[in-house]
Each structure stands twice: as C-alpha cells, then as structure tokens.
Design a protein around this ligand. Structure first.
Ligand SMILES: *[C@@H]1O[C@H](CO)[C@@H](O)[C@H](O)[C@H]1NC(C)=O
Ligand SMILES: *[C@@H]1O[C@H](CO)[C@@H](O)[C@H](O)[C@H]1NC(C)=O
Ligand SMILES: *[C@@H]1O[C@H](CO)[C@@H](O)[C@H](O)[C@H]1NC(C)=O
Length: 484
C-alpha cells in the first residue's frame, strides 16, 4: 500500500489495545461486487450498518492478508456522497486482519443506520491460467479470493458477486460444508458473465483467527478476458519548464509488458496476419495502445530503442486557451514496433510540448508561478509498478513548494546543471509504487523566479532552494489561483 504506510506501526499498538470490543455496530447487510479485469481488479463493498449504542462514530473495515497485499488504491464514502472519508490504516492486528477506520461525518445514535461504500483496486490479483496459451487460444485468467468478507461486527446477511466485462465465467470453486446458509451457495447468471456467492446469514464477527480457521474458504473464479493484460514496469516522466520559450515539455519513458499467458510454441507472423485480417485477433497479443494526452500539445514524438516509430496517429484537441472546451484530451494511437505476446517487453519514449500558459498560473498574492502537471499518462486497466515524476524548474528558481494529489513513496530535490546554466536548475522528484487508473490528479508546483536571478551567486541560490516545502493535500487552494 502506498497511501497509508506511515501509520502502520504506531496504530497497530493503539488498536491492539482497543480491538476486541469495538462492537458498536452491526452490519445489516454486506454486499461485495468484484469486477474482474486483467492487471487490475476492482471491488466495491457496501456495508449497511446499524449503531448498537449512542454516539457510534468510528467504523472499522477489515481486509484479509491477501487483500492487503494486492490493494493499491482504496476509498471509502457514505453512499450517495461524493466526498471520500478519511481512511486510517491500523496495520496488521493479532487476528491476521488489516483494519482501516473511518470517522463518520455524524455520530449515529442507537438503531440509526448508515450505508458505507468501500472501493478498492487490486493489482496483479488475477493471473493467466493456464500460464501458457497457443497463438489462437483464448485468454483465460484466474482470480483467487476468500468466500467471506471479513468484519469485526456481526453481519445479518452477506453476498459476494463477481462480474466479468462481458466474457464468460469458465469455472469456479464450489465451496463445501459452508455454514450460515441453507440454500444455494453459488449461482451463475443466465448470461454466464456473473456469479453470486450467498446470501449468507447471521455471521458472527469474522475478522478473527477463530472464525477464519473454522469457516473461511478459498475460492477461485476462472474466466475469459478478451483484452491484452497490459502492465507498466516503469514510467519515468520528466517535466521541463521554460519561461524563456513559454514552453512545457513532458517526456515519458515507458517500459511496458504483456502480463498475459506466455506463448506456447513459436510465434507465427503468418498466423498473426491472418487473425488480424479476419478480425479475430488473439486477445493475449498486444498490437496497439490508445493514450489520452493533454489538449493543445504540439511537436509530439514517439521513439523506441531502434529509432523513430511512425505508426502512430495523434488527434489533438484544442486547449482551453485555444478555444477548446475544458476537460478535453488529445488521443494518441500507437503501435509497438512488433506485436507483444505474453511476457514480452516493450520500451519506448513519448514526448510533447505544450504552451506553458496551458499549465501555469500566477499566484499574485505570493508573487510566484504555479505549474500543474498530471501525475502520469493513464493506461486504462494497467498497473504502473514504478512511477517517477521529475520536474526541472527554471534556472535559479527559489521558494519551491509542491502539492502532490497524494503522498509519494519517496520525494527528493536536487540541483541540476547543464553547461548552459550558470546557476543550475532545481530538480524535484516524486516516486510512486503501484499506481492504477484511479490514481489521477495533478502535481502542482509553485516557485519564484527572481528578476535578478542571473546576478546572484550560485551558492546563495543553492541555499535558498534547499528550503523546499513539502505540502501534500493542499493543492485545492492552488487550483483556485489557476482559475483566475
Ligand atoms: C505492488 O504490488 C505488488 C503486486 O500486487 C506487491 O507485491 C507489492 O508489494 C506492491 N508494492 C507496494 C510498495 O505496495
Ligand atoms: C526522429 O525524427 C525527428 C524528426 O522527425 C528527428 O528530429 C529525430 O532526431 C529522430 N529521432 C531519432 C531517435 O531517430
Ligand atoms: C522483460 O523484462 C524483465 C525485467 O527486465 C525480464 O526479467 C524479462 O526476462 C524480460 N522478458 C523478455 C521476454 O525479454
């Protein structure tokens, strides 16, 4: 988990003392829906809760060890509300469960109810099964999980539903000797693209070793997936800001791979061409990518280790300053130099320029520039295992303040000098792990460029720069400044 790892140790101790008697709620109903994808699996769990005592305001979510290991993003809300609740990670408890708490916006009195929604994205939770496939085989994946959603509270009913994106479920584990039910345990939908386990009734608190040992069961869903399993091993974004040319350059170095089944036997280009020609291309062969880039960009380039690649198509949307509607994106369709089979890698570099005014604003109150850049190029359904975003600020910038949309796993700053610079350009680097398509957002960075910068001595600038302020979660304030 990227987001909350800072909490782990301290909170484990605190919760360890308080844990067993948090019986201030009961779940009247728990329903989990799991959207089975490729590299990413999305879960949504709705907890209908009832307070058992007055003033109940802290609710605990429980994750199994396996869920904790794969969960890369999570968000909790009161159903129907848009503002997320702040989730606090309490780490691993003695009963083999990870707890997250939320404070309800309003405490509940006895018998009052609320509906809470917990969404998560799991990375690399599904895997190719079998691990190898012939060129004309379909792509089948397997997802392993637990039958019961854990909770420290009693649950009157519970169901768990698995959905594919329109492809058939090929098989599943039939749980045996399941308690808490008298009827059917597993029922597949008529279309074959969904399966429901449950309902189970009158479950005692389940996030404890006693329940887990007696009742928890592993289940697997085996399903067809009709898209390539795209994963990004690393994405290094470099952002270079130049006030001289009023230019912002973004360059992404991308190492991607196909996490789908490995090819059984030899790759046949003839068979591949035939499949393409007949529009029945193997889903486990990646042949093209469609990427959304910012509006109003120009001079886009795309090259790999061999050289320029011309098989790409870019449709540029006008930026707001060019009269375009806000929120539009340009679309880049590109073809890797070769079709990418399961286990194959492809590295390439993608870059473009933008008019600086499309990304920058002037904070008049503080007399500084503010530049906002998306944290990454989104690859739908893919996990970015290692991400880096590096800003190269204008020469002699001072008073640098950064506002990332969520905390990085590491953050550093340094001075970058090229032979043209006399004083050097401040460099700010953010690193992240396991970003998903829910990790959207803009990194804002504020800095001053003194008019007299070119007169100052390098040492003076160096000292000023190293007072970089790290301020997460305050970006909204800056956002307002940009809209002026
Ligand atoms: C990233 O995800 C992988 C696979 O789910 C996991 O093994 C790894 O621990 C995660 N890394 C971090 C820093 O969360
Ligand atoms: C790619 O093409 C552009 C012009 O189209 C050229 O300026 C650049 O040097 C080429 N890069 C490589 C790596 O071949
Ligand atoms: C892809 O890259 C990974 C990591 O660099 C490497 O272990 C693997 O062997 C590569 N796969 C192929 C088919 O070259």
């Amino acid at each position: 988990m990227v987001l909350h790892r800072y909490w782990l140790h301290l909170s484990t101790i605190v919760l360890g003392l308080a844990s067993p008697s948090w019986a201030s709620f009961e779940n009247t109903r728990v329903t989990r829906s799991v959207d089975l994808g490729g590299s990413l699996v999305y879960t949504t769990t709705t907890y209908n809760v009832k307070a058992l005592e007055d003033g109940s305001n802290v609710y605990l979510f429980a994750l199994t060890e396996k869920e904790q290991e794969t969960t890369s993003w999570m968000e909790a809300k009161v159903k129907g509300h848009t503002a997320p609740l702040s989730l606090e990670n309490h780490g691993l408890s003695h009963d083999a469960t990870y707890y997250y708490s939320v404070a309800l916006p309003k405490a509940l009195d006895k018998d009052q109810t609320a509906s809470l929604v917990l969404e998560t994205v799991q990375a690399h939770a599904a895997y190719p099964f079998p691990p190898e496939a012939a060129q004309d085989d379909r792509q089948a994946l397997k997802y392993d999980t637990d039958l019961f959603v854990l909770s420290p509270y009693k649950s009157l009913t519970q169901t768990i539903r698995f959905n594919t994106v329109g492809f058939p479920i090929l098989g599943y584990t039939q749980p045996k000797e399941v308690a808490f039910t008298t009827g059917t345990i597993a029922a597949k939908s008529n279309s074959g693209g969904a399966i429901v386990f449950g309902p189970f009734s009158d479950l005692p608190p389940s996030s404890n070793t006693d329940f887990i040992e007696k009742h928890q069961q592993k289940i697997s869903i085996f399903y067809e997936f009709g898209f390539p399993m795209l994963a990004i091993r690393s994405l290094r974004r470099a952002v270079e800001i130049s006030h001289w040319g009023a230019n912002l350059n973004i360059q992404d170095e991308i190492d991607l791979y196909n996490a789908g089944p490995k090819l059984k036997g030899q790759f046949s280009r003839l068979e591949h061409q035939t499949q393409v020609y007949q529009h029945r291309q193997a889903p486990h062969v990646l042949t093209e990518l469609a990427l959304q880039l910012p509006a109003g960009i120009h001079s886009a380039y795309y090259y790999d280790t061999i050289g320029n690649v011309s098989t790409s198509h870019l449709r540029i949307a006008p930026s707001a300053s060019q009269g375009g509607l806000p929120g539009r994106s340009s679309l880049l369709e590109l073809r890797p130099r070769y079709p990418l089979l399961g286990g194959w890698n492809y590295s390439f570099t993608l870059g473009w320029d933008s008019h600086l005014g499309d990304h920058a604003g002037w904070d008049a109150e503080k007399g500084r520039h503010v530049v906002g850049v998306p944290i990454m190029t989104l690859f739908g359904g893919a996990v970015v295992e290692d991400a880096e975003v590096k800003f190269v600020l204008p020469e002699a910038s001072t008073d640098v303040e950064v506002f990332p949309p969520f905390s990085p796993s590491s953050f550093s700053s340094a001075m970058h000098t090229t032979y043209l610079d006399t004083t050097g350009r401040p460099l700010v680097v953010f690193k992240y792990k396991n970003l998903t398509d829910k990790h959207t957002g803009i990194i804002y960075i504020a800095y001053k460029v003194p008019l007299s910068a070119h007169l100052k001595k390098p040492t003076a600038v160096g000292i000023a720069f190293f007072s970089v302020f790290f301020v997460a979660f305050l970006w909204k304030r800056v956002d307002l400044n940009l809209e002026k």
